[in-house]
Design a protein around this ligand. Structure first.
Ligand code: SAM
Ligand code: DTB
Ligand code: SF4
Length: 333
């Protein structure tokens, strides 16, 4: 097996948490070839650039969410929102987790359309986390706001990662969500981090934000007390019936710039090319990987919206001569 990483490279600089707005803006605006060159240099110092980390998502409780996130089909505030369903039974979750493992996923991420879990719900979710963990999968949850006590319980149940996105800049946040504040988000991130759970935190591009908002999001992520271990960059999925259904599509060069800048700011983190891949071409994907994205969600559904089928992703990785982090995922179709 070749090792393409340059782990002993002198280019491996210490992680920084003091990025200024001007510095981040200057990176995002670099001439494209220079930006990609810098992102690749950083990427190779910390990772094997031929490897992609694979996670699989399952919506364990869909629809009827009391929050009003303008992008989300699960919000009860929007017309045609996803039908409210009860929490899935443990057996169903385990069946899906086994299937994800067999298909080569390394991490299983369970999402619930809640503002915050009730303690009764948390009992059931803790059971799910423990059971999925015993299958030998990394566990990830995204179920809304958490208190320090709830975070500690989840850690004890075996939770490895918690996904809680900042989504955009603090300035633009109020135009997208009115039922919670940016500070609410930061508080949960802090509770999760303090409980010793790895943080997965990123945002969405293509909601009508400006470059300055993209700078604000990236700067906030990079200046957290610890860089999120995973940074999902979602391209808005424009779902009919949501207030953002007609958002102006953004070009893939702008999107790739965000990925490359995230890679430079948070060199040791996995940068995930998250939602929105269904509408991206093979070349778009390749560009994002060249910019330093090294993780994807694998499987035909995200939470409620479509994602490329596994064979299509496997074909793409084969075409690029890239492989999944776990050997069981490599080109066997
Ligand atoms: N309710 C929890 C929360 O909001 O944290 C967890 C589930 S929520 C669906 C997880 C993340 O999915 C959101 O923070 C958002 O970044 C992303 N997301 C939701 N709808 C999306 C869409 N239409 N396009 C892109 N990303 C989306
Ligand atoms: C993240 O940043 N993206 C994923 C995961 N974290 C939970 C979710 C994307 C959801 C896209 C819309 C849907 O399928 O409902
Ligand atoms: Fe609810 Fe999460 Fe969707 Fe917002 S993003 S409406 S909190 S499920």
């Amino acid at each position: 097996m070749n090792d393409y990483s340059l782990s002993s490279s002198p280019h491996k600089t210490p992680l920084r948490h003091d990025w200024s707005r001007d510095e981040v803006a200057a990176l995002l605006a670099l001439p494209f070839p220079e930006l990609i060159y810098r992102a690749q240099t950083v990427h190779r110092a910390y990772f094997d650039p031929t490897k992609i980390q694979i996670s699989t998502l399952l919506s364990i409780k869909s629809g009827g969410c009391p929050e009003d996130c303008a992008y989300c089909p699960q919000s009860a505030h929007h017309e045609k929102s996803v039908t409210r369903e009860a929490l899935l039974p443990l057996e169903t979750v385990l069946r899906e987790a086994k299937a994800a493992k067999d298909s080569g996923a390394e991490r299983f991420c369970m999402g619930a359309a809640w503002k915050k879990p009730k303690d009764r719900d948390l009992d059931a979710v803790c059971e799910m986390v423990s059971a999925v963990k015993t299958l030998g999968l990394e566990t990830c949850l995204t179920i809304g706001m958490l208190t320090p006590e709830q975070s500690a319980r989840l850690k004890e149940a075996g939770l490895d990662y918690y996904n809680h996105n900042l989504d955009t800049s603090e300035e633009f946040y109020g135009s997208i969500i009115s039922t919670r504040t940016y500070q609410d988000r930061l508080d949960t991130l802090s509770n999760v981090r303090d409980a010793g759970i790895h943080v997965c935190c990123g945002g969405i591009i293509g909601m009508g934000e400006t470059d300055s908002d993209r700078v604000g999001l990236l700067m906030t992520l990079a200046n957290l007390p610890k860089h999120p271990e995973s940074v999902p960059i979602n391209l808005l999925v424009r779902v009919e019936g949501t207030p953002l259904q007609d958002a102006k599509p953004i070009d893939m060069i702008t999107f790739t710039r965000v990925i490359a800048t995230a890679r430079i700011l948070m060199p040791a983190s996995h940068v995930r090319l998250a939602a929105g891949r269904e509408t991206m071409s093979e070349s778009d994907h390749a560009l994002c990987f060249l910019a330093g994205a090294n993780s994807i969600f694998w499987g035909e559904k995200l939470l409620t919206t479509p994602n490329p089928v596994k064979n299509k992703d496997q074909r793409l990785l084969d075409l690029l001569g890239m492989t999944a982090t776990l050997p069981s995922c490599s080109s066997q179709g």
